[in-house]
Every structure is written in C-alpha cells, then in structure tokens.
Design a protein around this ligand. Sequence first.
Ligand code: NDP
Length: 399
Amino acid sequence: MGKVLVIGCGGVAGVAIHKCVQNAEVFDEVVIASRTKSKCDALKEKLSGGKVKIETAQVDADNVDELIALIERVKPDVVLNLALPYQDLTIMDACLATKVHYVDTANYEPLDTAKFEYKWQWAYREKFEKAGITALLGSGFDPGVTSVFSAYALKHHFDEINYIDILDCNGGDHGYPFATNFNPEINIREVSAKGSYWENGKWVETEPMEIKRVYHFDQVGEKDMYLLHHEEIESLALNIPGIKRIRFFMTFGQSYLTHLKCLENVGMTSIEPILFEGKEIVPLQFLKAVLPDPASLGPRTVGKTNIGCIFRGKKDGKDKTYYLYNVCDHQECYKEVGSQAVSYTTGVPAMIGAMMVMTGKWQKPGVYNMEEFDPDPFMDALNKWGLPWRESFDPQLVD
Ligand code: NDP
C-alpha cells in the first residue's frame, strides 16, 4: 500500500486516477496536483467516498522549487507525471532532490523544437542510480504497452525479433470535422513532424505522411495508416537484440488530414512565436485554444481503437510471426470512467506503471524504458485492469 502523487489533471490523468481509486489494494492515497486546482477538486469530488483517500494541490510543474516543496509536504512513494512532455525534466529534478520514484508517459520535449528523443532523460541515468530511485519512462500505450508487448514477445515467443511494425488504429468517430483525441498541441506536433523508421542500425527519414498503407484491423475494419516517427522506436532499437527494422503506423481519416494540411498551409500549426496585437503568441497554442477540448469528446465518440505490434523473427531456427494487440471501445470507456478510449488506453498503463514501481516489482535504481523490465506482471495487470490483449500467429502483414 502506498501514496501516489499525480501531476497534471487532464484527459490521461483523469483515467489513471479513476484506476488508482479502483485499485485500493495498492493505492491507499492519491494526491492530485496540477496547474488548475479546480480541475483536481472536481475530480476529487467525483471520486471521493471510497477506500482511497484523495487530496488536491496547486502546482506549477515548470518550477522545480515548487515541486520539491509539494513532494516534501506530500511524501509520496511514487510521482506519476501526467502533465505535458515539457515538464518531464523539472519533475525528474524534483524527484532526485527528494529521492522519490518517477513515472511518465511521454519523453521530454523542449518547447521550441519537436524532437521526440530520449537523450535528455537518459542523461539522468547516473543521477537516478546514485540516488537509489527508479525512473520509468513512457508508461502509456505507445510508448508503454507496445514496449511491454515487445519484451513479452521476446521472452515467450522468439529467440530473435527482426522486424516490428507498431500499428495504432483509432476507428472512433467524434462527429466534429476536426478535433484531436489528446492534447492538440502535442498531437499536432507529432503528426506534422517528418516521419522516420529504424532500419539496419540507422534512422531513415520520410516527409510527413509520405508512406501510406491500408490495413484491415480486427473489430474496426479497413483503414488508411501512415508512417510516423514515434518515440518507442528509439529505445526498442537499443533494447531488442537482432532488430533489423522498426516502423510505426497510425490511422488517419481523410477529413483530419485535409484540415491539418490547410491549418499547416496557413501557418496555424507553427511553434514559432509571432507578434499579435502587441503580444507574442504561438500559433499552435492559439489553435489549441479554439479546438474542442479532448476531454469533451468522451460522450460523443463511438467506435473502437485497435493498437498493437506485429513481430517477425526466429524461434528454434524457424521464421515466426506474432501479433499482439488490444481492442478498446470508446463508449465502454466512457461508461466506466467518463473518457474516450485514447485517454483510457494511456491512463490504464500509467496506473499500472505506478503500481509496478510502488509494489517493487519494477524497481531498479536508474532511468529505464518499459521493455527493460519483466513484462509478465504488467501483461497480467493489463488483462485485469481493462486492456485485455489478443494474439494472432497468422496476421496480415504490412509490406
Ligand atoms: P491534457 O492537456 O489533457 O492534460 C495535461 C495536464 O497537465 C493539464 O491538467 C494541465 O493543466 C497540466 N499541466 C500542463 N502544464 C502544467 C504545468 N506547468 N504545471 C502543472 N500542470 C500542468 O493532456 P493529456 O492528458 O492528453 O496528456 C497527458 C500526457 O500524456 C502528455 O504528456 C501526453 O504526451 C501523454 N500521452 C501519452 C500517450 C502514450 O500512449 N504514451 C498517449 C496520449 C498522451 P491545465 O488543466 O491547467 O491545462
């Protein structure tokens, strides 16, 4: 039993906190701290009354001193960072100063460049080792579950994995002409960046949305999907021995792509600040302010997500193919926790990651990615906490 301090109170945090509260055997206290305290208080109001004690606090997670003061007051066993990627390093600094374990769901990004690299967080390895605390990076779905799937496939099904294709399909429909399913700023930075994949020991770069494939997803149907850069590729390339190629594909509908192209063409997706009526604004941040709040999509999104990995490699000298995936229904998620499936598929693994560290199943001083731990307890927890996985030994392949 222990106490988790959750930083951030947006779409993903809402689900993770619901799940911590369902999991009273592990979490006896949850402290929710974010920039806007009223959101934390509203969630506390909704979830109070059960076995798990809930407290709230205001914090600016860009400010290390404020974070240190909060952690010293709250004394959590684990800090679960569900704010934005910009806050990863300040929160890691505060965890180091207070010697508390750290878990997040997305790699650090500097505000001025969309880079998606682990180098800034991996640079903390020695400091975390010396402090005797664990940092678990990327405990969402992708990265997160996809990384655990890779470790599980390697442990139980292959002697060597040579090819991984990560397929992320959102077959949901929210009825808006254009909206993003999670933080619009992060989402648009990710999809408007150049694509890339890992092949034969190096990155191969593509233009944004240059590589398109069509895939038939179980329980969703046929969808167009596009190759994107994605952060788990970088760590899997290091941690999966014998790997020759890793690619990541995400599905997008034509309406989303047409709107995105138009917004890009007029400069609305830029992260370069401009002067507007005497005030500096970042066009992408302004766009975020006029788009639907991802948290408001829950009641109106219908359909399913299907996210997983196709592995190809060798077992006992023979070629083998294995597909591990999860299917999640938007409306079922909404009924259970009041959020759509994109927040759900991230929030559940975030809770499980915090649980793995809190219970000591995944504790090792240093900074680690998800595939570096024993996948089995995490895989069991996925089945138990709402993201059951399915497997196929004869899947459609991506050419
Ligand atoms: P939201 O925008 O819905 O929530 C972010 C929260 O962080 C908000 O409550 C926001 O406060 C708070 N916040 C932002 N800046 C600060 C700050 N300086 N100090 C304190 N609190 C702050 O985002 P999501 O819930 O959609 O995403 C959360 C994280 O999950 C992101 O890092 C995202 O990249 C990651 N993610 C990972 C996925 C995966 O599969 N691995 C998939 C989807 C998301 P306020 O309410 O005031 O705005």
